[in-house]
Ligand binder design. Structure first.
Ligand code: NAD
Length: 481
């Protein structure tokens, strides 16, 4: 499938675009297609289509009808499961198994979860009534209804393209909004397939619109600074979040941000060390470290430090079949941190370079899974998000020191605690400045729970009711009785 803009229920032909971007396969650097880039006029047309649909039939849709529409979209993705897997693997180079067990099932789950949440709700999502006294005016009945925010811009990254796009599109539609989405210019294909599925699911034209292109000075910026966009839901880098926020300030546009991370794992000496090594290998190296929740800092209690490092190094060296970095530029960024670590005399326990496969993959953007030790906490390698298959492991001596080290970061997205001491787990977890803390597991997700980051890792929480809170506007109605 060729990536194409989808506006008002119609795919625009490529001849419409003035700029085309190459779609590069990160596995072998081959150019596999062309991505049209939306200019201002195209973004304007998409926002207008979304506004028209909001003022038209979609605005009056009941919660139950919206729930049914979300289920039809989920069924539509399910029916074309393999095409979606192909799209995700083609654009990202990720292992097929990962796309087939995580990305696409979770995208389907995103639509089902919000359909479940809506089912049986009153017209405006939910209403709460508070009978009783109102200051200065005697008896009153207060009730609150939820209105959609309006036209929502969804801007998403390349690492989990469909999963992260649908994580916002599903609740935005559930709450009755219309959407203009801009996926990453590096991974536009699954979003284009989604537009097709949404069209087939019979949603009115203009409820979901899709524009492609880059961010700064292009489609992303035109969309997020648009005066007729009522809210922005963004997942991506913290610096991009800051830029979007500056643009959003002009129109006081509300934002929900899921941003970068530099996630810590704390391994206590009482942990099941094999489980901690296995879990950390998964949390550091899944999707070659290109998941915002991946662990890049590991702190291990000194008595088990050597054993843990040896085990993790072994796991890293044994990895095969891993995917590439998304682009040459990102590969070069990750390798610059490998070089910096070497320059700062880190001990390179595993990896540290570029793998050689002896086939077409050598033209692609792979880097070796890497385990480092020996750097100071102040090193840029320990402080900055690398977003590759690499973690630094350092020892600690006390629980207080472990918490202090975990919190010594500008980021606060996720953390993992490995311990068999129940009291310690409950004592340590709430002290960590992060939106999500996993105990003896990683990336175990219930879509109803709050998800998001503190500090530079984001603004707000999404998931379940939290998403519906962001994507709707409470209106209090006060009736004197
Ligand atoms: P990115 O910020 O470079 O790009 C994300 C999206 O924003 C893309 O669609 C891009 O075109 C667009 N964009 C870029 N500049 C823009 C601008 N000035 N205005 C409007 N749009 C703009 O991020 P990326 O490299 O695609 O993704 C990796 C980053 O995303 C990492 O920092 C990672 O931690 C973060 N991330 C966070 C989460 C989370 O849930 N917290 C999930 C996945 C990824």
């Amino acid at each position: 499938m060729n990536p194409a803009h989808y506006i008002g229920g119609t795919f625009l032909p490529h001849s419409h675009a003035t700029t085309m971007l190459p779609l590069v396969d990160p596995v072998d650097a081959a150019v596999r297609g062309q991505v049209p880039e939306a200019g201002r006029e195209t973004v304007d047309a998409a926002v207008n289509a979304a506004r028209t649909a909001l003022n038209g039939p979609w605005g009056g849709t009941s919660a139950e009808d919206r729930a049914a529409a979300l289920r039809r979209i989920a069924d539509g993705i399910q029916a074309r499961f393999e095409e979606f897997v192909d799209a995700e693997v083609g654009d990202t180079g990720k292992p097929r198994e990962l796309a087939a067990t995580v990305d696409i099932p979770r995208a389907i789950g995103n639509f089902r979860a919000y359909a479940d949440l809506l089912y049986g709700r009153p017209e405006h999502l939910y209403a709460t009534a508070v009978p009783g006294w109102s200051a200065g005016s005697g008896q009153a009945l207060n009730y609150t209804v939820r209105r959609p925010l309006g036209v929502v811009a969804v801007v998403s990254p390349w690492n989990l393209p469909l999963l992260l796009l649908t994580w916002k599109v599903a609740p935005a539609l559930a709450a009755g909004n219309t959407v203009v989405a801009k996926p990453s210019e590096e991974t536009p294909t699954s979003a284009t397939l989604l537009a097709e599925v949404i069209g087939e699911a019979g949603l009115p034209a203009g409820v979901f619109n899709l524009v492609h292109g880059r961010g700064a000075g292009s489609a992303g910026e035109y969309l997020t600074t648009h005066s007729d966009v009522d809210a922005i839901a963004f997942t991506g880098a913290s610096a991009t979040g800051a830029a979007i926020m500056r643009g959003a300030a002009d129109h006081i546009t509300p934002v929900s941000f899921e941003l970068g991370g530099k996630n810590a794992a704390l391994v206590f000496a009482d942990a099941d060390i094999d489980a901690a090594v296995d879990g950390t290998a998964r949390s550091a190296f899944t999707h070659s470290g290109q998941i915002c929740l991946c662990t890049e800092r590991v702190y291990v209690e000194r008595p088990v430090f050597e054993e843990f490092v040896a085990g993790l190094g072994e796991r890293a060296r044994a990895l095969t079949g891993y995917g590439p970095m998304i682009s040459a530029a990102h590969r070069d960024k990750v390798l610059s941190y490998y070089r910096l670590a070497a320059d700062e005399n880190a001990k390179i326990v595993a990896g540290g370079g570029v793998p050689h496969f002896g086939d077409a993959r050598d033209q692609g953007f792979h880097v070796e899974p890497t385990v480092l030790t020996g750097l100071p906490q102040s090193s840029r390698v320990v402080q900055e998000e690398i977003f590759g298959p690499v973690c630094h492991v350092a020892p600690f001596d006390t629980e207080e020191e472990a918490v202090r080290l975990a919190n010594d970061s500008r980021y606060g997205l996720a953390a993992t605690v490995w311990t068999t001491d129940l009291s310690r787990a409950h004592r340590v977890a709430p002290q960590i400045e992060a939106g999500v803390v996993w105990v003896n597991c990683w990336n175990l997700r219930d879509l109803r729970t709050p998800f998001g980051g503190s500090k530079d890792s984001g603004i707000g929480r999404e998931g379940g009711e939290h998403s519906l809170d962001f994507f709707s506007e409470p209106v209090n109605v006060c009736v004197q009785v």
